[in-house]
Design a protein around this ligand. Structure first.
Ligand code: IPM
Ligand code: MG
Length: 357
C-alpha cells in the first residue's frame, strides 16, 4: 500500500531544500522500489500570504492524514509585523501541537569528511554522534498564561509560563531511554532543577522512570547551563540528551555547529506509535540567502532519511540514502556553508548520483 509524504515547503530557503528532497524521493519511487505519493500544501508565511493563516485547515488536515510531513522552513522579516498568532512560527507551533509530536529527535553527527568544517578542533568533533531529544509540545512554548500588559505607571510587563506535567515528562524521557538502548546506552537529562520547579519535577520524574523501567541505562542528571558548556568542551561524552522544549531548541542549535554547519542537521518529531511524524531541518528560513539556490539541502534530505526510517517503514532505503549523503561528502561535494561552491541543485545531484552508484 502506498504511503503519503506531505511536503510543506514554507518560506525562505524552504522551497529550495524541499525541491531537492522531492527529487530524491521521486528517484526512489522510480528506481528504489519506494511507493510514496508526494503531496504539497502551503504553510508558514507563504500560506499566510495566500489565505491569511500560516496553518490553513486543509494543510493541517493533510498533515494529519499523511504518514509523514516534511517541512522546509518557516519565517522571515517579511512577516515580522504580522499579528502574533498569524506569524509563520505560530503556524509551526500549531502544527506540532495538532500532530501531537511531543518527541523531537535531533541527531548531531559529524561526518568524517567535515571534521575540519567545525569551528571546534577536529579531535573534539571527529566521530561525534549524539542525539538530542527535545520535548516539543509543552513547556514555555505553550504555557498559559502568556501576555504583555501595561501597568498603571506606564511600564509594560510580560509573562510566559513554563509548565510540565508528569505525563509530558515521562513520555519524552521514555523515548530517550529507548533510543539509548539502541545506541551507547547513556542518557543525560538536562534541566535547571537548581532554580526552576519544572526542573525539579523533571528530575524527579526521570529518576522514577529510570528506576522503574530503565535501570539498565546509564543516567546522568545535568544542569542545562552545564550541558551547554560540556557540549563544546567534550561533546563526545554525551550519547542521548533529553531536555525540555526551550533548552532543546538552544542546545540543538549549539550542537549543530559541532557538525560543521546547521545546514546538515535533520530532525524527526514523533508522537505515539503509528501517528504521522513531522520532519524538519533544524535550520531556519535563512532569508539572507533565500532564492539564490545556494542553500544546503542536506538537512532536509536527511530529514527525509529519518522519515523513511520512522514513518515510511523503509529503513533499508534510509540506510542507502545515508550512505549516499556520506559518499557525496566524501567525494568533496560542498555547498557554500561548508566552504564549497555547489548550488542547492548540484548538491541534490551529488546525492542522487551517489544513490545511483
Ligand atoms: C526550531 C526553530 C523553531 C523553534 C522556531 C522557528 C519556532 O527554532 O525548530 O528549532 O523555536 O522551535
Ligand atoms: Mg531552533
Amino acid at each position: 500500500m502506498s504511503k503519503t509524504l506531505l511536503l510543506l515547503p514554507g518560506d525562505g530557503i524552504g522551497p529550495e531544500v524541499c525541491a531537492e528532497t522531492a527529487r530524491v524521493a521521486e528517484w526512489m519511487n522510480a528506481y528504489g522500489q519506494l511507493n510514496v505519493s508526494l503531496d504539497e500544501r502551503p504553510f508558514g508565511g507563504a500560506a499566510y500570504d495566500l489565505s491569511g493563516s500560516p496553518l490553513p485547515e486543509e494543510t493541517k488536515a493533510a498533515a494529519l492524514a499523511s504518514d509523514a510531513a516534511l517541512m522546509g522552513a518557516v519565517g522571515g522579516p517579511k512577516w515580522a509585523g504580522s499579528p502574533r498568532d498569524k506569524r509563520p512560527e505560530a503556524g509551526l507551533l500549531g502544527l506540532r501541537k495538532a500532530m501531537q509530536v511531543f518527541a523531537n529527535l535531533r541527531p548531531a553527527l559529524c561526518f568524517d569528511a567535515l571534521a575540519d568544517a567545525s569551528t571546534l578542533k577536529r579531535e573534539v568533533v571527529a566521530g561525534l554522534d549524539i542525539m538530542i531529544v527535545r520535548e516539543l509540545t509543552g513547556g514555555v512554548y505553550f504555557g498559559e498564561p502568556r501576555f504583555i500588559e501595561t501597568l498603571p505607571d506606564g511600564q509594560r510587563r510580560a509573562v510566559d509560563t513554563q509548565v510540565y506535567t508528569t505525563h509530558e515528562i515521562e513520555r519524552v524521557a521514555r523515548v530517550a531511554f529507548e533510543l539509548a538502548r539502541g545506541r551507547r546506552n547513556k542518557v543525560a537529562s538536562a534541566e535547571k532543577s537548581n532554580v526552576m520547579e519544572t526542573g525539579l519535577l523533571w528530575r524527579e520524574v526521570v529518576t522514577d522512570l529510570h528506576k522503574r523501567d530503565y535501570a539498565d541505562v546509564e543516567l546522568e542528571h545535568i544542569l542545562a547551563d552545564n550541558a551547554a558548556m560540556q557540549l563544546v568542551r567534550n561533546p563526545k561524552g554525551f550519547d542521548v540528551i533529553v531536555t525540555d522544549n526551550l533548552f532543546g531548541d538552544i542546545l540543538s542549535d549549539e550542537a549543530s555547529q559541532l557538525t560543521g554547519s546547521i545546514g546538515l542537521l535533520p530532525s524527526a518529531a514523533l508522537g505515539i506509535a503509528g501517528a504521522p511524524g513531522l520532519y524538519e531541518p533544524v535550520h531556519g528560513s535563512a532569508p539572507d540567502i533565500a532564492g539564490q539556490g545556494i542553500a544546503n539541502p542536506l538537512a532536509a534530505i536527511l530529514s527525509f532519511e529519518m522519515a523513511l526510517r520512522s514513518s515510511l517503514d523503509r529503513a533499508d532505503l534510509a540506510d542507502r540514502l545515508f550512505a549516499a549523503v556520506k559518499s557525496a561528502l566524501d567525494g568533496g561535494a560542498r555547498t557554500r556553508d561548508l566552504g564549497g561552491s555547489l548550488t542547492t541543485r548540484q548538491m541534490g545531484d551529488a546525492v542522487i548520483a551517489a544513490l545511483e552508484r
